[in-house]
Design a protein around this ligand. Sequence first.
Ligand code: DAH
Length: 344
Amino acid sequence: MSTLNQAELDGLLATAQGEVLDNEEKLEAFRIAHFGRQGLLKALNERFRAVPGPEKREVGQALNAFKQALQAHFDAAKGSLTAQADAAGSGMDHTRPSGEVPLGSHHPIQVVRREILSIFDRMGFTVADGPEIEDDWHVFSGLNFPEEHPARDMQDTFFIQRNPDLLLRTHTSSVQVREMEKREPPLRIVMPGRVFRNEAISARAHCIFHQIEGLYIDRDVSFADLKQTLLAFAEQFFGAGTKIRLRPSYFPFTEPSAEMDVYWGLETEVDKRITKGTGWLEIMGCGMVDPAVLEASGIDSKEYSGFAFGMGIERIAMLKWQIGDLRAFFENDVRFLKQFTSSF
Ligand code: DAH
């Protein structure tokens, strides 16, 4: 076994570097021949052991440099082969759709709003919109609110300081008046929107919240139509077989007026708490549109009749997901918002 020296290593390196490794087979053959168990490096290492002590240092350095150069040649060839394969698109389907880009989720108020609107859409209701800054007529007078009604009070209503004739609507019922003034019956509309009341913020109340209003006006509309429509809504929103009840109530703009409850059940402690031990949950206000309201908007109350309803979106979202604190909807903490995914 001849002693290892620089000249021999230089020669071996020149030969190795002269090998053109332009496909996978050549690359693999090179790997086995040089780095394999019976390859060149293995043989050189064995010969290195036989190098006499005083020469070991010098030869060792030469051998290490040789190994690194050999590895570099191999890595470079491998790198360029991979790059070529990528460029040629081998194994890659360029027609494949890209992965989903996470875009966040809808706000729970939006989810419930859309779900409710789509149920009424299937029943033939279209969506109408009205301004958030309103006047007394559309929010109160046109809806038959008496002059001294407490809702008109500074305590409940935000007035615009520079123009006290203007105020922030306290309910979406104002859009009913706008639509009745603007259009001829038949009317079959739902009116979603933000409303404002001068209330201290707490787990149960907020100065800004959302409502969905409904209005149906045509010839011969009866209380039976109201009940059937709202039952159909409740069954689609809360599930088939949902029971409802209508409790007598009072609103200035409907006669008779009612509160609609859905039967929630009394199985768990939570059920008992949220239904206050009755099993029933109040969902919305409703009633037959008062003839005075129709007349105030120029609709002949002898020819037409109708029903109306209004519900709070936050309240329904809280029931749907058992959310205990209204403030969560307004804080917009992503840890809260991320939990709501829906097709709506
Ligand atoms: N506007 C009422 C409120 O904000 C809700 C309401 C009750 C709307 C009865 C209606 C209705 O259209 O018929 O409390």
